[in-house]
Ligand binder design. Sequence first.
Ligand code: PMT
Length: 405
Amino acid sequence: MTVNRRHIVLGIGGGIAAYKAAELTRALMEREISVQVVMTRAAQEFVRPLTFAALTARKVITSMFAGSSEDTLASAVEHIRVAQEAEALVVAPATADLMAKFANGLADDFLSTMYLAFTGPVVIAPAMNTNMWTHPATRRNLETLRGRGHVIVEPGEGFLACGMVGPGRLAEIERITAAVLSVLERRRDLAGETVLVTAGPTEEPLDPVRFLSNRSSGKMGYAIAEAAAARGARVILVSGPVHLCPPPGVTTVNVQTAEQMRAAVKAHFEDATIVIKAAAVADYRVADPAPQKIKKGEGGLTLRLEPNPDILSELGRMKGNRLLVGFAAETGDPLPEARRKLESKNCDMIVGNRVDRAFGSDDNEVVLALRTGEAVELPRASKREVADRIFDHLLKLRAALPATK
Ligand code: PMT
C-alpha cells in the first residue's frame, strides 16, 4: 500500500449481486483506492475469490480460521490488523443476514468479527429480495445500523434475480462509489481540530440524596463527540451524569453540577478550536443545599434557587477564532430563539430543537441558525446524522467567515 493511498476493506456478502462487487472493486481502484476484499462463505458460492485476487493483486480473506493451528492464530489476529489499517469498511452486497449480524453484534466469521473491531466509517449497500428488504426484522436492523452513523446506500427498484420487481436491487455502482469517496473525504476533514463538546444534564443537589435535573440523556452530545472522532478530530467530552458508554477515542470528563461543568469547560477551552455545547445545563441551583437529608415535615418545603453561571455566554465573550456552537431547546418554533441566542451569546451557530422531540430520543430534527444569517432546516434523522451535518455546515461556515479577532 503506497503511503498516501486510501485503503478500504470491501466485505462481500452471499447474494446474487456479489458478482457486481467486481465492478465496484474496479471503480474504487480506478480512483486510487486500494481494496482488501473479505468474502463470506456464502459469497464464495456466487463468485470465486480468484476474481478479486486478480483485480486487487491481494490475497482475498475468505475465512477466520485457515489451515494449521499456526495459520489459525495468525489469521485470528488478522482481522484486528485489517480493521486497523482500513480507513473505511464497505459492505456490498450487504445481505439481510450480514445486516442482522452487524446490528446484533454477532461475530461468527471474519467479516462480522472485523466489523466489531472496526471503529472507522462504514458504508453498507444492501441487496436482497423485496420481501426480505421490507421485512420488519430487516427494517429494524437497518435503523440500528443507521443510528450508529453508518452510511446506507439504499437499494434500487427494478427486476430482481428471483423474478420479482421492487426494491432490493443493489444500488448502482456509481452511487456506492460516490458514497465511499464522500466518507473518505469526510473522514479527515476534522483532522487537526480539537473539538470540545458538552453533553447530558447537570444535577443540582438539594441535600446529599436529592437533586434537581432534567431529561437530557446525553445522546445528542455523545453523537457529536463520536462524529468528530470518526472524522479525525481530537475530542474532549464534558459529560453530565448519563447512561451511555464513552465514545471510543474520546477523552471524557464526567461532571455533576453546572459549576463543575463550567470549570471543566474552561480548563479545556484554551486548546479547543471548535466548542459545541449540547448539554442541558441547569439555569438554577439550590442556594443552600442541606448538609443532611431533609426530613419530611408536616408542611411543604420551600426551596430558594439562585442562577447558575451562563457558560455559553461566558465562552462567547472569550471565543477568539474558535467556532462556538450553542443549542436552543424550545417548546415552540426554535428558530426565533436560536437567532436571538446567536447574537446575544456571540455564537457562530445555534442548533435549535424542540424539547418534545429532542430530549432522550435517538433521532432529532433541528434548524441551524448561522452567523452568516442563514437558517438551515435539517430533516429528522439519527442524532449521529444530525451531528455529521452540523460539522458539514460548520466547516462551510468557517470558510465563509472572516477570521474573527
Ligand atoms: O441529551 P439528549 O437526550 O440527546 O437531548 C438533547 C438536548 C435536547 C439536550 C440537546 O439537543 C439540547 O437542546 N441541548 C441544550 C439544552 C439547553 O439547555 O437548551 P437551553 O436553550 O436552555 O440552553 C441554551 C444553550 O446555553 C445550550 O447550548 C446550553 O448548553 C447553554 N447553557 C445553558 C444554561 C447555562 N447555565 N449554561 C449554558 O451554557
